[in-house]
Write a protein of this length. Structure first.
Length: 136
């Protein structure tokens, strides 16, 4: 059995936002076992799983990605929406639009220190839509 729905996330400022609790609260009832697939329907934001305990992880993500893909680089030509336009697309491609998480005993089977992150690469990204597929 496959269930599909969508989650609308409110505007988050630029950064790496731990959204595990928000996602779990908006999911339909999960089966005893299966898979959860999340797919962000945007080209300037991404989803990833990483450490959920130390907020320094978020700051280090920002430092790293901003260094390897700086806003307003002179070699970018796709800058229609500002200096953060093309850099956001590249960062989103590096991290990716989707996650697949096992479901065990009716809950997401994440590791103890794992959390789901919304990676917002735009200053004004707005509301984000995440497609949710649950496979039982």
């Amino acid at each position: 059995m496959v269930k599909c729905t969508e989650i609308k996330l409110p505007h988050y400022g630029r950064g790496y936002h731990l959204i595990t609790a928000e996602v779990c609260a908006r999911l339909p009832r999960l089966p005893q076992s299966g898979l959860l697939h999340l797919f962000i329907k945007h080209t300037s934001a991404a989803l990833t799983i990483n450490e959920n305990a130390d907020p320094d992880v978020r700051a280090d993500f920002a430092s790293f990605f901003d260094r390897i893909v700086p806003d307003g680089a002179s070699y970018f030509t796709h800058i229609y929406e500002g200096d953060d336009d093309m850099s956001a697309h590249i960062k989103a491609s590096l991290l990716g639009p989707s996650l697949t998480i096992p479901i065990k005993e009716g809950r997401l089977d994440l590791g103890r220190w794992q959390g789901i992150y919304l990676c917002e690469f735009r200053d004004g990204g707005g509301e984000r839509c995440v497609a949710v597929t649950i496979v039982e």
